[in-house]
Design a protein around this ligand. Sequence first.
Ligand code: ADP
Ligand code: MG
Length: 160
Amino acid sequence: MAVNSLHLRLIDEQATVALGNTFAEAVMNQLKCGFVAYLYGDLGAGKTTLTRGFVQGLGHSGKVKSPTYTLVEPYEIGKWHAYHFDLYRLSDPEELEFMGIRDYFDEKACCFVEWPDRGKGVLPNADISISLQYCDEQREVELTAHTSKGRTLLAVLGER
Ligand code: ADP
Ligand code: MG
């Protein structure tokens, strides 16, 4: 039976980056198309760190900065498009309509969305939810698949 959720302990920042790297490998080798991931967790839980691991895993070698003020940071990496959203400062989901949100979510787009609740009603549904929590100095992560794409990703992550 396909697994719908996975729980992992991330002992340090490098482990969070490595999870993002593995995610990128799963997309390049198994999924081979875009997806939507919602990222949950308090400030400093590691949402941006995980996304950095992902875009670097796809082959991005430059900086990965948090799009707190710009709402979205786009990356074009070979044939892949990755979009890192941070909706923390979004006051109204309608702002997403004004920025042409629908154009971002195409077949090739790998989308990571921090604070997805702020875009409720406008954001497309998630294939996978990733919830990060403080656990002393470390972190715990719970990944939940909502679609067959999400289950494909989970299956690969669960093998590690
Ligand atoms: P968020 O985007 O959720 O606000 P960031 O990724 O910007 O969080 O920051 C996370 C902080 O926690 C960084 O300082 C990073 O070094 C640290 N960190 C990330 N993952 C871990 C981990 N598994 N264990 C301990 N510290 C971590
Ligand atoms: Mg962040």
